[in-house]
Design a protein around this ligand. Sequence first.
Ligand code: 0A1
Ligand code: ZN
Length: 879
Amino acid sequence: MRTDAATPVRLEDYRPTDYLIDTVSLDVRLHATATVVRAELGIRPNPAGVAGAALRLDGDELELLSITLDGLPLAPTAYEISATGLTVLSPPQRPFRLTMETRINPTANTKLMGLYRSSGVYCTQCEAEGFRRITYFLDRPDVMAVYTTRIEADAAEAPVLLGNGDPVESGTLPNGRHFAVWRDPHPKPCYLFALVGGKLGRIGGEFTTMSGRKVELGIYVEPGKEARAGYALDALIRSMRWDETAFGCEYDLDVFNIVAVSDFNMGAMENKGLNIFNDKYVLASPETATDADYAAIEAIIAHEYFHNWTGNRITCRDWFQLCLKEGLTVFRDQEFSSDERSRPVKRIADVRTLRAQQFAEDSGPLAHPVRPSAYREINNFYTATVYEKGAEVIRMLKALLGATTFKAGMDLYLQRCDGAAATIEDFLACFAQASGRDLSQFSLWYRQAGTPSVAVRTAYDAAARTLRLDFAQSTPPTPGQNDKEPVVIPIRLGVVSPQGEVSPLRTVTGETLDDGLFVLERTADSLTLADIPPHSVPSLLRGFSAPVRLEQELQPEDLLTLFSRDADPFNRWQAAQRYAMRLMVRAVEALRSQSAPVFDVAFAQALGELLLGVDDHAFAAQVMALPSEADVARELGRDIDPDAVLHARKALRAFVGSQIGDTLAATYERLANKGPYSPDAASAGRRALRNATLDLLAAGDPARGIPLAQAQFAAADNMTDQIGALAILAQHPGDAREDALEAFGARFAGDPLVLDKWFGLQAAIPEAATLDRVRRLMSHPAFSLANPNRARALVGAFAMANMSQFHRADGAGYAFLADIVLQLDGANPQLAARLLGAFRTWRSLEHTRRAKAETELRRIAARPDLSPDVSDIVTRSLA
Ligand code: 0A1
Ligand code: ZN
């Protein structure tokens, strides 16, 4: 157990290491409970470090069996061992070889960090600080070495042995054992180390790179599930091609392997040449995976592959620079999906995620900058802020510099920093050089936490035909940062007149607005546009050109104008969302003062009209999915009553469903499946819209919608339609729901990934009985709290996707989650800390719930021996 939870690591304290490790030769003899690792490290003093310093290697839960220096045993007085590492007191001040043997227990490794077993398969997870659980090491990303790994195992238990890089040797040994040697010629930090051993099925493929290198591709899965890996392989090949075309990035080894495991704390890991995946993001078949699953697999396969350049070839100097690889790689995978699918729909989906996850994080006690300046537990910084806001910052950089200059900056970065452990400063310097611009104000996006607000006032002068826009920005205080400076905000804008788009946009001083881009740099600024026809509506922040909250007074008729005529699809969607939000916020107010909500027919009609003329199904499906309860809660910001929010949203959905029931039903009929299932974006869009229409229809008129949902559930030949129908049924209490849930549970009893959907749906039912249902499901034979996917599907869904029930007024939801967090903390602190993150909005609730949440947080905080992970989250949540 690490004991350093109280001392934060600070960016400003960064110092190079006193020693470097250039070569690592590992010999790993796999054994379920007593794996022996022999590590031979080629070490030398770092010219940039302190001469003569002791060599302090990190270690965690290791048993040292032997240690030699240049082949000679090290005297017990020459080194010290503690719970967190091993110190060689006076190492030679010349290159030397340190050889250590350690014993570890993969079966007992429930933290899933280091070497562990997942359903009998040996696998590793080393990011961020897991390598120290395999051998003593300088476990930090600025120490880069060339690795050779020999893996030895029982041939029957682990016929497949995989490592980083290329295979160089393999053979059989006495006593039924065998071995394989892998060598990775590219120097890498230890967090990218990986090995796998087990009984695995494989599908293979081939890719020829742009310079003609033939790469052998392999995807390894649980035997019998090979057929479900085909889509992942296809996505990998498309990713490899795209990265060459879009970024000029070519693969650099002869093999590329992906292994799917069933116990994994995160989505996947970009280990050099050997990506390890949560099997949820590899396995797909029409009967078991939804369209959303296919899209997620494509995105994550791409993400991990793209890390080969942005992460592996160029890595991070220290963990404060995490966004250097993550923000950029998310940006790259978003671009890939946009090119492969529909760009506007992808943008809408990404902004939904950004607002749901990152905006929520940024407005609560866990808010932190994209590049934090201190951390107590790095595992807690794999956040929406580092990933998603990190990607938004790159997107803004591209908007500000323009595509061509951005590309020049990227090319410079990929060339100049190749092979280095770099910083955000190194990255920005490439763009400053390529553009000739000073990016110092822009760099505030990395340092300053909180979501900026941009307030806009408009004034139209009918006589002069000018439209004046006054912008003002402010960023709220966040933990440790009270005063904020103005940031650089690219605002892409247009004007929608009754005649259509006003183009080109010109200011009263005669300048044209290139690309419709206005850059707000000061606290307040204004823009006056010339030749604007009367009754025009400004369309601001097109494509969500900056991760800010836009405060713009728009009347219903303005919103309808934008919804029907805006040239920017994102803002068309945004207009409908805003309209719905306005109605729901009013409904919440009404419900809290015991009156009945009143809605606009015009809103429902606008949605109906969209359906009548619909051509982009996926876009329309995004419009039909009205803002979530959490969206409404964020809009309200404080004194939130989740029950009122739930009922307001339900009421609006019922209203829309009953107002345009015939159109919904007709659309549902018209979009019926023709031909066999295909996961392509167009077919997925059609299914998404079909399910969305049925959902609204059932909300407005259950007597009409439920039988249709039952029929769809029974007849579905693919998981999207089946779970879509079940999700609708789950919203309506009664036999139809219970029968369908039972049938689904029985049908997929042997398929844990599918049962996760079933757990999740039930955990999200917004009814008082759900907590008991969740408790009951925890003793379902397929459930196990030890498996992260199961825990997230049931407990995570309850805490994060069921606002009214997690935030029950009696506090029982909080007590339940707190118990689980405490129960899990010893076994898997990372998972426990993630689940605990569900409390992040607690201060914005109405006072009764706030008090109950605080009680539970304090109960956790009072527990002795908390892991650094949970201790860090609970401390920050209460601060
Ligand atoms: N680098 C991975 C994310 C990741 C981080 C930590 C992990 O530890 C359990 C695992 C994966 C990515 O961005 O995909
Ligand atoms: Zn990543």
